[in-house]
Every structure is written in C-alpha cells, then in structure tokens.
Design a protein around this ligand. Structure first.
Ligand SMILES: Cc1cc2nc3c(=O)[nH]c(=O)nc-3n(C[C@H](O)[C@H](O)[C@H](O)COP(=O)(O)OP(=O)(O)OC[C@H]3O[C@@H](n4cnc5c(N)ncnc54)[C@H](O)[C@@H]3O)c2cc1C
Length: 459
C-alpha cells in the first residue's frame, strides 16, 4: 500500500480513511472485546456503497489482508485485523420500515438498537439477539439467536434479500429469486462471501412483551435444568427464556440480599397475552424455591437493551460454545459442577432455546445446519480487568471441555472465538460445508474475505 495509492483512493472517498498517524486511529481500531488489540494499516470508514466497492478494489489491488467491520461486536474480534485493511461500515446507518409490506431495509453498519427503535414505532420487530449494541451484519450472517427465535425463527429465517459487494467489486442482490446460491450461503455462512451493504427483513407484530428473571439458589440448578429442559420442549412458542448461571449484579433493581450471589436463572421474554404468559410459566415457577420472580410488561426495545449496562464495550471477554440436542443426566451433572465456579461477576453461561419456529426450517435449507438442536450454549468469561484474563479464559475452556462430549458436535458460529481451528468450522456446518466451499469458489475463489470463521475455497 503506497501513499500514492491511498491518495488515489481518497480522491473519490466520501467517508474517512484512517491511518496509524491519524488522531482517530486508536478509537477507530477498538472493537467491543477489550482483549482484542489489533493494528490495521488502513481503516476505510465508508460513507456509501460506492465507497465499499472502492475499498474492496483497493484491498485487492494492494493484496491486503482485509477485514469487514459491521458492529465490531464479534467475540473473536473478526471485524478487525493486524497490518491490513478494515472496511468499516459503521457510517452506513440507513433504515426504512415499510409498514404495509411488513418489512424493513437496514444498512450494513446498523446495530440492533437502531433497528428495534425504528420498527417499534410501527409495533413490529424482527428476531435478533439480546444486546442492542450488537451489529446487524455479523449477527445475521451467522444465524441470529434471540428472544423471538422460538416464535419467529432465527434472524436468517426472516431475511428476504441482501445487497452484496463481491470480492471482485461487483454489486449484486441475493434473494430467493436472484443469486439463490449466494442467498443460501449468506444465511449462516458468515462474512465469507462479500460485504453486505443492506439487508431486508420480514417484520412481525411485537410491541410490549413480558420480560424478567426467575432466580433460584445455585444448589437447585440440577433440578431447575431438568425441569427447564422438559418445560421448553412443550411450551407454547410465545414463551421464551434462556437458562443462565450468573452472579446477581449489585444494582438497585435487585434486592440487596441477592447482590453478588451466584444463582441459576431463567430470563424470560414472552410474547402473547398476560394471561397466557401467567398460565404457561406456572409450572416452572413451582420448581424448587425461587429467590426472585419478576416478569413484567416492557416495550421490546427496552428488553433488547436490558443488559447493555452490564455488557459494556471494552470488557475483556473469552467465549466458547456448542449446540445441544438434549441435556443428559451426566451433562446436567457437569453443568452443576463447573457452572457455579463463575470466575468473575460478569462471567456467565447461557443456554438459548432454539426449537419452535427455528426447527421448522430444514438442516440444508440454509447454511446454518443445527436445526434439530434444542439449545445453543455460550460460555462467557468476562471482566473489566485484564489481570483476570487468564482466570476467565481457563474457566471458559474448562467448562467447554467438560460439556463438549455431550454436545451435538459443533457450535453456533457467532459464539466461537478466532482460535478454535478449521475442524470446528467444519463441525459447525457439517453436511452443508461442501456446498459452502462450492459457493465460496464461485464468489470468492481467492479467499479475499478470510477474516472470519473461514470457509476455504480449496475445501
Ligand atoms: C455481548 C454480546 C452479546 C451477544 N448476543 C448475541 C445474541 O443474543 N444472539 C446472537 O445470535 N449473537 C449474539 N452475539 C454474537 C454476535 O452475533 C457476534 O459477535 C457477531 O459477529 C456480531 O456482529 P458484528 O457485526 O457486531 O460483528 P463484527 O465484529 O463487526 O464482525 C463479525 C464478523 O462478521 C463479518 N461482517 C461484519 N459485517 C459484515 C458485513 N456487512 N458484510 C459481510 N461480513 C460482515 C466480519 O467480517 C466478521 O467476520 C453477542 C455478542 C456479544 C459480544
């Protein structure tokens, strides 16, 4: 990358080109996970699709390792790279709701808080994740698991079309009718196939929901896990709630006697009527002796940002995960042994239910393969202090190793770190892997887009 080539790019660039000597460089290279400290040579903060096309061509012409940054939230820091080019979409923030068609068009730099804010004005939402600062692009391209999964499917099950800048700089649209092979691969295959500059999603009537936790003493976690597994398999699809091991934050919303206490919990988020929710949750509320039970009506965007103050940008984070078809008695025994050893206040383990509507899509209908799984597990070691990095990483790995033998074999791609190796990527896609390799060969034969959970064109 010569100064002349950067000058040439700059000539027609409406966004910002940020190099190490620029005052904005250190803030521009920060990503959500404070453990990631990468130093790219150039950050191309694009203002429009034309800039994205120019940046892709620049990366190719200069033979640069190129990362694509949506929300910068990826646990493994896959939205940034060392010594290369970062195509940063954070200025692409347009959103247009079409209330008549019940769809929303979302630019590639939006985060979910932007989308929920825009669609809530129309009493609608599309399924996403559980933290409002997560990027739409990375979450969607990996699959998208959240509170609405049981009722309306994964985020990709609601994706109708995507605009994509390919590795050769060409712009295409992918949908069921246009470039259907690319559309198939984008639904779970991550950032392997191009830069998505805009997404179109289906919307559903979601307005006020019933949200809140039930906490149980950590000693009751085996009983709760067993009951929860039975419960969530037959609960109406309006009912959702993820299981967690957590330490109660010392926040005014929780009774003081629970502050910093380790508990097991279910965090509920239910659509449907109040009566239906009350009736449906009753059997779980009768399990053991809950320490706290507080489910109340809340606007959906408030639910989506309920954990934002806890999971703030800059925390040190180490993640691991797997998919589970069931939790055997031995698996539950391992959970109750390792889970309660939470190493820090923010560290946690979540089991997200991925049954219901998400299971009505076939294993090979999209690149996302684990349609028969009941739970997507994520183990999160997190803390503000880098001095605890070893502690949170060791716990996370120990927990994963204890449970992996009972798993379905692979993880949800967005709950993986960048150091898990190619076998884990294959295990994520299983029988869909070879088809993904074929589509990669067609759209990105030189593996230009490789800062991701990589599908290698050579197989
Ligand atoms: C606190 C926290 C909570 C989370 N909760 C959930 C959850 O509830 N549900 C869930 O499903 N996931 C969740 N995730 C995981 C999340 O889905 C991933 O971290 C995801 O990668 C974030 O997307 P991003 O755009 O912010 O990431 P980035 O770091 O910007 O990018 C991640 C990957 O996506 C690629 N990419 C980004 N933008 C584009 C684009 N426009 N075109 C092509 N490729 C692109 C990048 O190249 C990179 O490989 C959570 C993550 C965190 C840190």
């Amino acid at each position: 990358m010569s100064p002349q080539s950067v000058d040439k790019l700059n000539g027609a660039f409406r966004g910002q080109l940020i190099q190490p000597d620029n005052a904005a460089y250190d803030s521009a290279r920060k990503v959500y996970n404070g453990m990631i400290n990468k130093r790219p040579r150039l950050i191309a903060r694009c203002a429009d699709v034309a800039n994205v096309i120019a940046a892709v061509r620049f990366g190719r012409e200069n033979n640069m390792l190129t990362a694509v940054r949506g929300g910068g939230h990826n646990g493994g820091g896959l939205g940034i790279c060392d010594d290369g080019l970062v195509i940063d979409l954070s200025r692409l923030k347009g959103i247009r709701v079409n209330p008549a068609a019940k769809t929303v068009r979302v630019d590639g730099g939006c985060v979910w808080g932007d989308v929920d804010h825009a669609t809530h004005a129309f009493g609608m939402a599309t399924p996403s994740g559980a933290i409002s600062t997560t990027g739409v692009a990375g979450l969607t391209l990996g699959g998208g698991i959240g509170y609405l999964t049981r009722r309306y499917g994964l985020t990709i099950d609601n994706l109708l079309a995507a605009d994509v800048v390919l590795a050769d700089g060409k712009f295409v649209t992918a949908s069921a009718n246009e470039n259907p092979d690319l559309f198939w691969a984008l639904r779970g295959g991550g950032g392997n196939f191009g830069v998505v500059t805009s997404f179109e999603f289906r919307l559903h009537p979601v307005d006020t929901v019933y949200f809140g936790p039930t906490f149980w003493p950590i000693e009751e976690s085996g009983t709760v896990l067993r009951a929860y597994q039975d419960f969530i398999q037959q609960a109406p699809e309006e009912i959702s709630g993820f299981f967690a091991f957590l330490m109660v934050p010392p926040a005014p919303m929780f009774p003081e006697n629970l502050h910093l206490k380790k508990v097991c919990a279910i965090v509920w988020c239910c659509t449907g009527t109040e009566k239906q929710v009350e009736t449906s949750l009753k059997p779980m509320r009768q399990v053991g002796k809950p320490l706290l039970d507080h489910v109340a009506p809340l606007p959906f965007p408030a639910v989506q940002s309920a954990f934002d103050d806890l999971f703030v940008p800059g925390l040190q984070q180490y993640w691991r995960g797997d998919n589970f078809n069931e939790l055997s008695d031995e698996a539950i025994a391992r959970h109750t042994e390792v889970g309660p050893r939470l190493p820090t206040m923010i560290s946690t383990m979540h089991l997200y239910p991925v049954n219901g509507a998400a299971q009505r899509v076939g294993k090979s209908d999209t690149a996302y393969s684990y349609r028969e799984a009941l739970f997507a597990e994520v183990i999160v070691g997190a803390d503000p202090d880098p001095a605890n990095n070893e502690k949170i990483t060791a716990w996370c790995k120990e927990y994963w190793e204890a449970l992996h033998p009972y798993s379905a074999g692979g993880a949800y791609v967005n709950f993986m770190m960048d150091d898990e190796g190619q076998d884990r990527v294959r295990a994520t896609y299983r029988d869909n892997y070879d088809r993904l390799v074929g589509i990669k060969k067609k759209y990105d034969p030189d593996n230009f887009f490789r800062v991701n959970q990589n599908i290698r064109p050579a197989g």
